[in-house]
Design a protein. Structure first.
Length: 94
């Protein structure tokens, strides 16, 4: 699994172990903590997920993204649903 960090200058990097939010079930809280740490607003964040525990973070982010075979809650919360399925280029599409 890749963890992406978006800097204020819109450069994306893979998160280091010190900033990755591993093992969290409250994805919204983890996203909000990371955004605060980086000085970002919700409007400056993108979040992609496919499970029920992702729905609140998808809705909170400025751009919420999901995949076609996601659970109903993240699909409903998403601003954008990829054409490609998870594991077959959905992240590259975004």
């Amino acid at each position: 699994m890749a963890y992406i960090e978006v800097h204020p200058d819109w450069v994306c990097d893979v998160l280091s172990p010190s900033t990755a939010r591993l093992g969290r079930t409250d994805k919204l809280a983890a996203l909000q903590e990371l955004a605060a740490q980086l000085g970002l607003t919700a409007a400056q964040c993108a979040y992609m997920g496919d499970d029920d525990i992702d729905a609140a973070a998808i809705a909170w982010a400025g751009i919420g993204i999901s995949v076609p075979a996601a659970m109903p809650a993240p699909l409903q919360a998403a601003d954008y649903v990829t054409a490609r399925p998870a594991g077959q280029g959905a992240v590259r599409e975004v």
